[in-house]
Design a protein around this ligand. Structure first.
Ligand SMILES: [Zn+2]
Length: 435
């Protein structure tokens, strides 16, 4: 196993005082500041050659860093080793009887996968293993292309694009069979990018996107909360933090949404379109919104066949028609100024993606055309796709266009990356994550 020292985490009582030493007295260069809301931690990276120091300050008394300092005082907290294949590294350690805090890798910052090894197996040091995202760290300067820098906090990422603010939200995670998610790609290849659990399932996110301009639009709405425990278990659903939380974190309520736009009507996109009220009646989740759906997709969702039955649930969309808030569109068109839909087919016959354009900049929400960054590779097409050859053609066209136009691409189901740029090196496309 080859490992590179990525960074050293140091627990500090006062970040300002720590910077007075590391930045001012030692003259080290300050890098990114990160807030991890869920952990109540603020992390300031300081560059030291190929590696960094990560100064960790608690932002609340119940933060793990506060507890650490209380017990041991400030000082060395962890070291992070970057490995090429985190799943293989964990398997190796486990095989040798090492005590792991994380048996499976989990999403970390910047699109990385991380896992902690218990100090008792590492001679008193907490060791974090890290596998960088497909495209590595984002390039400095990339952010400037999109005006004011984005900010990130647990599940909510903000971007500015011309006159729009784009806010990537989270409705939590679910799991699908890894083989089904990558079609003809053999497991030894896909399992490196998407480590499976003991039931061969991989973790997928649900990331609806808010487009805020003169009006407020949400693209897709995640799974919602109408599903039964058996379903939740089967699909490994984790919605402890869901759309409700991330809307609130973005400073929005369901009442703020004017338009709900569907890319397709599968349960992981349309589940959050409706809800049960106190009387057990189904009603639209966004009370003031018009819901925009492609007519062909609507027809398919309301006329099931054997292959589509498992994905379309009437309760997610039929109440929209009953409430008179459904707007069906027939063609590629502008939904609100600067936002247009384009049919790609592939995943479903009428699956559509969404282009967002303002002040000469653009972004695209690719939905199930490329559910994760791993699906950028041309032949990595899910087994769920009804028309894989259409997916292939649409993906090739999209990658070309996004590369040429420096489009910010939003990935609806990637567990670690909300959005990124496509870059090309020696004819191979990769994603440079922007979180
Ligand atoms: Zn999907």
């Amino acid at each position: 196993m080859k490992a590179i020292l990525d960074h050293i985490g140091i627990a500090v009582r006062d970040l300002g005082a720590a910077l007075a030493f590391y930045r001012d007295a030692l003259g080290l260069e300050v890098e990114a500041l990160e807030e991890v809301g869920s952990e109540h931690v603020r992390a300031q990276f300081v560059g030291v050659g190929e590696s960094s120091l990560e100064l960790l300050e608690a932002t609340a008394p119940d933060s793990p860093i506060a507890k650490w300092i209380e017990k041991r005082g400030p000082g060395l907290h962890h070291i992070t080793l970057r490995v090429e294949d985190i799943a293989a590294a964990l398997a190796e350690l486990k095989g040798r009887g090492a005590k792991l805090i994380d048996e499976q890798p989990r999403p970390g910052a910047e699109g990385a996968l991380v896992a902690f090894v218990h100090p008792s197996s590492a001679h008193g040091v907490l060791v974090e293993l890290k596998q960088s995202a497909v495209g590595g760290r984002h390039q400095p300067g990339a952010v400037q292309d999109f005006g004011p820098a984005h900010t990130r906090s647990d599940g909510v990422t903000r971007y500015s694009l011309g006159d729009f603010e784009l806010i990537s939200l989270s409705d939590g995670f679910f799991r699908l069979d890894g083989g089904s998610m990558f079609g003809v790609v053999p497991r030894p290849l896909w399992s490196q990018k998407a480590p499976p659990d003991d039931r061969n399932r991989i973790t997928l996110a649900m990331r609806p996107l808010i487009v805020r301009g003169a009006r407020t639009m949400i693209i897709d709405a995640g799974l919602g909360d109408k599903e039964h425990p058996k379903f939740l278990e089967l699909y490994g659903v984790e919605r402890a933090r869901n759309l409700e939380h991330s809307l609130a974190e973005a400073g929005l309520t369901a009442d703020d949404v004017d338009i709900v736009l569907a890319t397709d009507l599968h349960f992981d996109h349309a589940g959050g379109f409706t809800m049960c009220d106190a009387g057990g009646r189904l009603r639209p989740r966004f009370p003031r919104a018009q819901y925009v759906v492609r007519r062909g997709e609507w027809e398919d969702a309301t006329h099931l066949h054997e292959r589509s039955r498992a994905s379309y649930f009437r309760d997610n969309f039929a109440p929209l028609a009953d409430a008179g808030v459904l707007q069906l569109v027939d063609t590629d068109q502008t939904i609100m100024p600067g936002v247009r839909v384009q049919r790609t087919g592939g995943h479903t016959m009428h699956h559509q993606i969404v282009w967002i354009e303002s002040a000469g900049k653009d972004a695209v929400f690719v939905a199930d055309l490329m559910p994760t960054t791993a699906h950028l590779s041309q032949l990595w097409i899910t087994g769920y796709d009804l028309y894989p050859m259409d997916t292939l053609a649409a993906k090739q066209a999209l990658a070309r266009e996004a590369l040429e136009r420096k489009t910010l691409v939003f990935f609806e189901h990637d567990p670690a990356v909300a959005a990124g740029y496509i870059s090309e090196e020696n004819g191979t496309h990769t994603v440079v994550p922007l979180w």
